[in-house]
Design a protein around this ligand. Sequence first.
Ligand code: AMP
Ligand code: FE
Ligand code: FE
Ligand code: ZN
Length: 276
Amino acid sequence: MRVIDLHTHSDRSDGTCSPEQVVREASARGTELLALADHDTMSGWNEARAAARRLGVPLCPAVEISTCFHDSLHILGYGVDPGNKQLALRLNDYRERRMTRVRKMVGLLKEAGLDISFDELRQREGSSLGRPHVADLLRKKGLAATRQEAFSRFLVPGKPGYVGPCGPCVEEAISAVRESGGLAVLAHPGVVMGVIDLPAWTAVGLGGLEVFYPVHSVSLMRRLMEAADKYGLVATGGTDYHGPGSDREARAGIEVPDEIFEKMKKIPGFAGMDHA
Ligand code: AMP
Ligand code: FE
Ligand code: FE
Ligand code: ZN
């Protein structure tokens, strides 16, 4: 078995660690292939790359795009060109839409009587806002004890602060990745099992499936491997690490069989690197 992690988040989106800290954590766990896949931003890439070079960790440029299809229907992009203008414009647009969504959520929560305001949310140039930031604000104000609690009381469908997803459709997310040279991968399929349409999405360029993921059971991973083979998809994996205090803090690094590892090394962004 080999340790890899193609799915981590930093504080450039909703993780709690800096990009450098994410790379350090992964490196300390012996991670041999790493990707920082922040939601709708690549602003952590330069910092992560510098740390990865220093620590000798193979790092692939990556992003995780949230679609409007379902709250958890996310498309990972690997080997996307961090300098691609078209991709940067699109991600910028998705982040602005996220901001509008969060603004609405805060408005709804205010109407529901909570003492919070949009201006209290931390905002850094190029980073993306999401429900976890609202959750952190609710925590700071003593209105929830954890992100998890803030979600279940306020931020999921049926609760007072919920607003539906605001991203692009699945097809657009896939083409955004492909047009910037990347491999488009369906993230955490086990979390969105009922809504997946592999025939339609592979037809428009989906190239991979995140088979290895912490909440996937062994039998589910077996079925996903079969689906990946059937549709010609690359099997990827990652922990969805979000750092301490995120309630999504399973430590970075996940084990995969050697033959899977060998195939992952061929993913654009890793392929051609001198780590082989
Ligand atoms: P958003 O992108 O604004 O829709 O927020 C979704 C993000 O919130 C996911 O990527 C996770 O990082 C995080 N998340 C979702 N559900 C929970 C939960 N129950 N507890 C903590 N974090 C969550
Ligand atoms: Fe997240
Ligand atoms: Fe995701
Ligand atoms: Zn993620």
